[in-house]
Design a protein around this ligand. Structure first.
Ligand code: SF4
Ligand code: FES
Length: 232
């Protein structure tokens, strides 16, 4: 079958504004959108810029807007979209070229929550042990692949450059509820700031969009609760 792939193109070095380009691509219904984009780049227009690495839903680098929804191009099958498909870069981040956006502001917010293990305990001879229950406490938020799908689907993030955004909150949750970590209070203080967790208006866009199925809104609610409990 053939599919028409409509792509929002923009090269800030030569274009005054973004424009739509259409490509007719021979596809199998079980091809992914990423396969169609590869076909275009290899056979129809080598100037198309996109980012991808693993092609298997693990690295998070091929997040884009597909038929109006934030998705990973390597996880969406053509058969689930039909023969006309629109592809745009993620919203809320500067377009470097075509489907490639500047992820630095996203990672800058991620780094603000200190997404690493912080402890004064000297390293044990082997691993730092946890019970299965302790591990289960933050299991869901360990699944994040930092694709930015959630943060760039969030209207609060679009509206204010200040908000840390769902992905940074997911990263904070992963460490705050880790029994081996000792910096929960420090992180909760960062999240209690006006750019933090209380900016969330529980719109659910993030949870709906996450390709890893993380219950982001639930994690954010748990963070809000932890801040309130830490004040009592
Ligand atoms: S929480 Fe989900 S949508 Fe957000 S960055 Fe992580 S994997 Fe992507
Ligand atoms: S290319 Fe790695 S997640 Fe899609």
């Amino acid at each position: 079958m053939k599919a028409t792939i409509r792509i929002k193109r923009f090269n800030p070095e030569v274009d005054r504004r973004p424009y739509w380009a259409e490509y007719e691509v021979p596809v199998d219904p079980f091809d992914r959108v990423l396969d169609a984009l590869h076909y275009i780049k290899a056979n129809l227009d080598g100037s198309l810029a996109l980012r991808r690495s693993c092609a298997h839903g693990i690295c998070g680098s091929d997040a884009m807007l597909i038929n109006g929804r934030n998705r990973l191009a390597c996880k969406v099958l053509i058969k689930d979209l039909g023969p006309r498909i629109t592809v745009e870069p993620l919203r809320g981040l500067r377009v470097i070229k075509d489907l490639v956006v500047d992820m630095e502001p996203f990672f800058e917010k991620y780094r603000q929550v200190m997404p690493w293990l912080i402890t004064d305990e000297p390293p044990p001879p082997q691993e730092r042990r946890q019970t299965p229950e302790e591990r289960a406490r933050y299991e869901d938020t360990t699944k994040c692949i930092l694709c930015a799908v959630c943060t760039t689907a969030c209207p609060i993030f679009w509206g204010t450059g200040e908000f840390l955004g769902p992905a940074a909150l997911v990263a904070a949750h992963r460490f705050i509820f880790d029994s081996r970590d000792q910096a929960a209070q420090q992180r909760l203080q960062i999240l209690a700031d006006r750019s933090g967790v209380f900016k969330c208006r529980t719109v659910f866009n993030c949870t709906e969009a996450c390709p890893q199925g993380i219950e982001i809104t639930k994690a954010i609610q748990e963070l809000k609760q932890a801040i309130i409990l830490s004040r009592t």
